[in-house]
Design a protein around this ligand. Structure first.
Ligand code: ZN
Length: 199
């Protein structure tokens, strides 16, 4: 069997690190790219390089070019009395796309999972509590995907925030084990409208 040039092998190895991309797919992508014009290759590699400079918003945790993201710094949408808590950026984007929420967001960075060694200190829970106090938040919407870990995370946050704040969880239409990022905007809108107060 012939050995592929090192540059191809290196690229295939890098592509294989992407979620859902195996060796075969990676090779197919790299072979297609090997036919690209020089400028296209440069643009692609520059765009990847720029990822190094990405910041996370120091408030909500979304990826951002600046210290405070566009949502947190937008005076017109800032309904700071409501914070929608999500697991990750894909979920935030899914809710944004539903156009049914005008409050602030908070990205946890996952859910509690003791078996995988993920405890409260690995998530942005402390920062959430800090923001709730600072912004005098009146209501929290937990847009956490339904799963054993998601349920435990919601219960934990509810317990931390105590009785002084309204904590609700979206639910309607979200299948067990489902993921917000895979749902259509209509389902997400419905889920936001049909949320339940956590007891
Ligand atoms: Zn932000």
């Amino acid at each position: 069997m012939i050995e592929l040039p090192q540059s191809i092998q290196d690229c295939v190895e890098s592509f294989s690190k992407l979620p859902g991309v195996g060796g075969k797919t990676a090779l197919r992508q790299v072979m297609a790219m090997s036919k690209w014009q020089v400028q296209d290759l440069l643009d692609f590699s520059n765009a990847i390089n720029e990822l190094q400079t990405l910041n996370k918003c120091s408030e909500c945790g979304v990826l951002s070019d600046s210290d405070i993201c566009k949502i947190c710094s937008n005076e017109f949408r800032k309904d700071s009395s409501v914070i929608c808590v999500v697991e990750n950026i894909s979920d935030l984007m899914a809710i944004e796309k539903s156009n049914n929420f005008s409050g602030l967001f908070h990205i946890l960075g996952g859910v509690l999972n003791p078996l995988a060694g993920i405890g409260p200190s690995h998530l942005r829970i402390d920062k959430l509590i800090e923001r709730v106090k600072k912004l005098d938040t009146k209501s929290i919407i937990l847009a956490i995907n339904p799963s054993v870990e998601g349920d435990a995370t919601c219960a934990y946050i509810k317990q931390l925030l105590g009785e002084h704040i309204n904590v609700e969880r979206i639910g309607f239409g979200i299948p067990i084990g489902g993921s917000l990022e895979l749902l259509d905007p209509m389902t997400i809108s419905k889920a936001l409208e049909n949320r339940k107060i956590l007891e």
